[in-house]
Ligand binder design. Sequence first.
Ligand SMILES: Cc1cc2nc3c(=O)[nH]c(=O)nc-3n(C[C@H](O)[C@H](O)[C@H](O)COP(=O)(O)O)c2cc1C
Length: 198
Amino acid sequence: MKKVLILFAHPTFEKSRANLTLIKHIKDIAGVTFHDLYERYPDFHIDVEKEQELLNHHDVIVWHHPFYWYSCPPLMKQWIDMVLEFNWAYGPSGKALTSKACINVITTGGSKDLYCTEGTNSFTVNQFLRPFEQTANLCGMDYFPPYAVMGTYTLTDKQLTQHGKEYAKLIDLFQKDLKIAAAEGCFFSNNIPQLKQD
Ligand SMILES: Cc1cc2nc3c(=O)[nH]c(=O)nc-3n(C[C@H](O)[C@H](O)[C@H](O)COP(=O)(O)O)c2cc1C
């Protein structure tokens, strides 16, 4: 079974509704390491060696965060800047992350209809997340389209719980066989995973 590392960044997790629900559904799954970056590094001083060791021991890397100003909260960016070192993550001798799977899991206040050419936000979330996609590409990882829970302000508790269950199913698919998941169309429908209901 593949090991999954959830790198989670939320500056105000104590006030969270959407991510709190999502995380409740995945943090205790066997083979999943839930790593809360703001809890571990409130001073932004990242232990690079420790983070690289964690990455070495996992097959699937999840960048999980609320969408802030069309990107990630600052500690996630700091993590990327510090941990993905030249000749470790990329560069001539940088092969540490080759062939690991990578995905963004995000929550957005804006609803899906705002994220298109005609919408207020002009671009899709996949387009906004291109820097993450290319970072993963440069490091030789297999980047999957993001799992986005959108329009969080208007989602009911029941809908959020449903998303939590979907997230757990997504993790389960990553832990088992990505080829089967892709073949079943779990990842590529409308660029957001559409998971089959039980
Ligand atoms: C500083 C800040 C920036 C935000 N930027 C965006 C944004 O660019 N696009 C968007 O759709 N929502 C944005 N939001 C809304 C958050 O994404 C939303 O509140 C969050 O995903 C809800 O998750 P939570 O209940 O776990 O906090 C922003 C919120 C804050 C506080």
